[in-house]
Ligand binder design. Structure first.
Ligand SMILES: CC(=O)N[C@H]1[C@@H](OP(=O)(O)OP(=O)(O)OC[C@H]2O[C@@H](n3ccc(=O)[nH]c3=O)[C@H](O)[C@@H]2O)O[C@H](CO)[C@@H](O)[C@@H]1O[C@H](C)C(=O)N[C@@H](C)C(=O)N[C@H](CCC(=O)O)C(=O)O
Ligand SMILES: Nc1ncnc2c1ncn2[C@@H]1O[C@H](COP(=O)(O)OP(=O)(O)OP(=O)(O)O)[C@@H](O)[C@H]1O
Ligand SMILES: N[C@H](CCC[C@H](N)C(=O)O)C(=O)O
Ligand SMILES: [Mg+2]
Length: 489
């Protein structure tokens, strides 16, 4: 494809030189450059991509998108103070066609759940749909992991293109704050964006909560297309601020939740296997039986319904379809039941707020004690560890502090930081090794008790070490819980 033409489609002026250049692909890693590639050279958190410009040109790069001060010899230098943004906009036309209907979800917790629910609701409505996020690229047929919540820009755009070629017309993707701030998900026309909530996470990457929120709000400020819709969970402390961003941008506004105007949650009644939601929408009140437990899953279901309606879905039919939602992998997934009859739930809660939400979801179902197993990730926001311990202790009768992806840190020190927050409950134990911790919880649980194993959800490995020494040791909370139950019978 001609570079000048692509630039024109993207609304960029590159000059006559670009017209003579034929582009065969895009790459942000010099090791993926082939002859005819446009290379994006970005300063990163580990290394400076500009150092790889000579290697990229030697491998055949025909143009390099980089800051003005970068040295580019032997290829066209497309200079910008925001090279990641320019690279994304230049690359997008190359990956057309993309699916017709694209929506995005941001927020600290609930992104994966929402995009997966949107995908299911579209499927029920008869569309060929996919979701892109922490669980990978998921269609009705399969789920392929990308390793990140928001993949890098080249993977993201080529995934969208590949999905369109397979006939997928509808895509919901997760916009993480890292992804938004690194322009990893620009390109498709986004018809609607959603905000779920904001609470402490990733303060190793973002300087303050305000900066973290601002990164997320780029979804409404810039990523959703003109005339698009903002779907906002109305009951969060940050909802008003999010509404402000959507209004300032002139987006259509849909609010959902107890304070929601578009879909109002009038009441929520937990049942054994789910909950009955009383909803007011388009002037009518209806009852929907959601086959999932917990206030947080109800919240995500309503945000998902909002996105489906925002992108053309019928209101009544969409709300009725909530009754057909299947569980999302690793989100309050019932993994096993021990010999005493105590269920073991696996949940991806890895922030203080999420632990509180997961515990609140299970509480109405606990006859005896709630036993929570948790750890905190290494090389991630260390300030959330104590608050995670505190949240677990505040809501549980027994807490077992263990390991969760120590990465390059000392697992014992991470456990100690979580333990330091455990000042409330008296029954708190520290158990090194996640399998031993899950086994301890399973053997402690008696009739009427519930075990919550928090933090890893769908994850398939325990990440230990950093850089060259990094290893992913196979580990699946669901499977381990089943094995522990089996070992005890
Ligand atoms: C902190 C962070 O976000 N890092 C991500 C980011 O890396 P970076 O741009 O800082 O890259 P870098 O390693 O310093 O390299 C700079 C540039 O040089 C290039 N390079 C590097 C080496 C080389 O030999 N040749 C070369 O060209 C790299 O491709 C890159 O463009 O961009 C890379 C490519 O897209 C990601 O793989 C990498 O994710 C790392 C592995 C990571 O752990 N990310 C986590 C924190 C993350 O992104 N999480 C979010 C949020 C999770 C959530 O809450 O949902 C996510 O979206 O997954
Ligand atoms: N709406 C919500 N409010 C509070 N907590 C939630 C909500 N949705 C999910 N959670 C909690 O957060 C956990 C992760 O949910 P989910 O994977 O959907 O979020 P995410 O935003 O995709 O997370 P990540 O940032 O890791 O990609 C759940 O297992 C649950 O404990
Ligand atoms: N997307 C999240 C996943 C955290 C999951 C938890 N198991 C951990 O390793 O902290 C992150 O990268 O912070
Ligand atoms: Mg996610």
């Amino acid at each position: 494809m001609n570079l000048g033409l692509m630039a024109k489609v993207a609304g960029l002026e590159l000059g006559a030189q670009a017209d003579g250049i034929n582009v065969t692909g895009f790459a942000i890693d010099n090791r993926k450059v082939a002859p005819g590639t446009v290379f994006g050279a970005f300063p990163g958190s580990q290394v400076n991509g500009e150092d790889f410009i000579p290697a990229a040109i030697a491998a055949g790069a025909v143009a390099v998108v980089a800051r003005p001060q970068a040295v580019v010899e032997g290829a066209l230098h497309i200079a910008s103070d925001e090279p990641r943004r320019l690279f994304a906009h230049l690359a997008a036309p190359f990956f057309e066609p993309m699916p017709d209907v694209v929506v995005a979800v941001t927020g600290t917790n609930g992104k994966t759940s929402c995009v997966e629910m949107v995908r299911q609701l579209w499927h029920v409505a008869g569309f060929s749909a996919a979701s892109i996020g922490t669980l990978g690229v998921t269609t009705a047929q399969e789920s392929v992991s990308t390793g990140l919540t928001t993949p890098d820009i080249v993977t993201f755009l080529s995934n969208l293109h590949g999905l369109a070629r397979e006939g997928v017309s509808h895509v919901a993707y997760e916009a993480s704050s890292h992804g938004l701030s690194q322009f990893r998900n620009e390109g498709p026309r986004v018809v609607a964006g959603a905000f779920t909530n904001l609470s402490r996470d990733h303060l190793d990457y973002h300087a303050t909560m305000e900066a973290y929120f601002a990164a997320k709000m780029r979804l409404f400020d810039e990523v959703v297309g003109d005339g698009g819709t903002a779907v906002i969970w109305a009951d969060d402390a940050w909802s008003e601020a999010a509404i402000g961003h959507a209004r300032a941008r002139g987006l259509k506004l849909m609010t959902v939740g107890g304070k929601g105007e578009t879909i109002r949650l009038l009441s929520r009644t937990p049942t054994q296997l789910g909950q009955v939601l009383e909803l007011e929408c388009e002037g009518a009140v209806r009852k929907v039986t959601l086959p999932l437990i917990g206030a947080y899953q109800a919240a995500n279901a309503l945000v998902a319904a909002g996105l489906v309606i925002a992108s053309g879905g019928d209101g009544a039919r969409t709300l009725d379809a909530l009754g057909r939602l299947a569980p999302v992998r690793g989100r309050l997934e019932r993994a096993a039941i021990n010999r005493a009859g105590a269920p073991v739930y696996v949940d991806y809660a890895h922030t203080p707020d999420a632990i509180e939400a997961a515990i609140a979801a299970l509480r109405p179902h606990v006859g005896g004690r709630l036993i929570t197993v948790l750890g905190a990730g290494g090389d991630r926001d260390s300030g959330k560890r104590g608050p995670m311990g505190a949240a677990a202790c505040a809501g549980s009768d027994m807490v077992i502090v263990t390991d969760d992806n120590p990465r390059g840190e000392d697992a014992g020190l991470i456990r100690a930081a979580v333990m330091a927050g455990c000042t409330i409950a008296s029954d708190v134990r520290e158990v090194a090794g996640r399998r031993a911790a899950i086994a301890a919880a399973v053997s402690a649980a008696g009739a009427g008790d519930i075990v919550l194993v928090a933090g890893k959800g769908h994850e398939q490995g325990q990440i230990v070490g950093r850089g060259e020494a990094m290893r992913v040791l196979p580990f699946d909370d669901v499977q381990v819980a089943r094995e522990c139950v089996g070992e005890l019978t």
